[in-house]
Structures are given as C-alpha cells and as structure tokens.
Write a protein that binds this ligand. Structure first.
Ligand code: HEC
Length: 151
C-alpha cells in the first residue's frame, strides 16, 4: 500500500521538477533580456551630441586651402579628442564643472595652457586641469590652440 502510493506519487514531483527548471530558464532568460535592454537604454539615453566626433568637415575644407595649417589643426584635434574632450566637451562648450574654451583666441589658449603647465594657481579647480597641462609640450600647446580656435 505504502509502496503503490509511492510509485504513483513519483511522476508528479519529477514533472514539477521539470516545470521548476523551465521556470528558472524563463526567469534567467527574462532577466538577461531585461539587463540587455536596460543597458541599451542607458547607452542610448546619453546626450547624442556628446557621442559625436569632431567636425571633420571643417578640417577637410582647411586641408583643401592650407594643408600645412590643417596638419597642425589635425594634430591638435587628436590630442584634444584623446584628453581635453573628456572635460571640455567635444565642441569646447565646457561641462557642469569645467569652463568653456571654444571661442578663445589661439594666443589666449597658449597663454592659459602655459600658465596651467607652470603650476600656478588659476581658478578653484586648477588641481583638475594642471596635471593635463603638465604633460603638454610646446608643440602640443600650439597644435591644441590651433584646433581650439577652429571650434
Ligand atoms: C579632468 C578634467 C579636465 C581635462 C581632462 C582638461 N581640463 Fe581644462 N580645465 C578643467 C577645469 C576644471 C578647468 C578650470 C580650472 C580652474 O578652476 O582653474 C579647466 C580650465 C581650462 C582652461 C582655462 C579656461 C579659462 O577660461 O580660464 C583651458 C584653456 C583648458 N582647461 C584647456 C584644456 C585643454 C587644452 C585640455 C587638454 C589637454 C584640458 N583642458 C583638459 C578640466 C579639465
């Protein structure tokens, strides 16, 4: 009696076990899809402007009329894109805590960068800016100034 109840009862737990396994599979898949979608959302929700590259069109125009000058601007652009853009925005408009630099004259940029490089205290956030300027050679500064003047 006890045995027959046991054998009859056997298929049920294993059936439930399968349902439970499928349940896990569905849950894991759902969580996976959920994570994927929310990551996509986070990646895409950012400011589209910020993800754009530099305005290469301007550079191409310059290349056509003044290749030597364009080479200098391009070198400055590569440096700007690899370091400065992080804080001053791709178009030089600055960020929440960083000043705009677009619109500065070439000489003005050179003077400012050399001042930061010298280690002198400028504004309240000099400590954020100075280490980057310290890495720049005279040539970097002159290329960067040429590029920023085109922004
Ligand atoms: C980590 C963020 C950061 C990076 C990277 C950075 N800067 Fe800055 N920059 C700042 C901050 C913050 C200030 C304001 C500092 C102060 O208060 O003196 C500043 C100030 C400046 C100024 C002076 C602006 C003004 O109106 O006085 C110039 C010019 C400048 N940065 C150019 C650059 C260039 C060129 C690069 C790339 C080589 C660069 N910065 C990289 C954060 C940054």
């Amino acid at each position: 009696m006890n045995d027959s109840v046991h054998t009859q009862a056997l298929p049920r737990p294993s059936g439930r076990g399968l349902v439970r396994k499928l349940g896990w599979l569905v849950l894991v898949t759902a969580v996976g899809i959920g994570v994927h979608l929310s990551l996509q959302e986070i990646i895409q929700s950012g400011d589209a402007e910020k993800r754009q590259g530099p305005d290469l069109h301007k550079l191409e125009q310059l290349e056509a009329v003044d290749p030597a000058r364009a080479a200098k601007v391009r070198a400055g652009m590569l440096k700007y894109e690899s370091i400065c853009r992080l804080c001053h925005h791709r178009s030089g408009i600055g960020g929440k805590f960083t000043p705009p630099i677009a619109g500065k004259t070439e000489e003005g940029m050179q003077t400012l960068l050399k001042l930061y490089r010298s280690g002198v205290q400028m504004g309240p956030l000099t400590n954020l800016m100075a280490p980057w300027a310290a890495e720049l050679s005279d040539e970097d500064i002159s290329n960067l100034a040429a590029y920023v003047a085109t922004l």
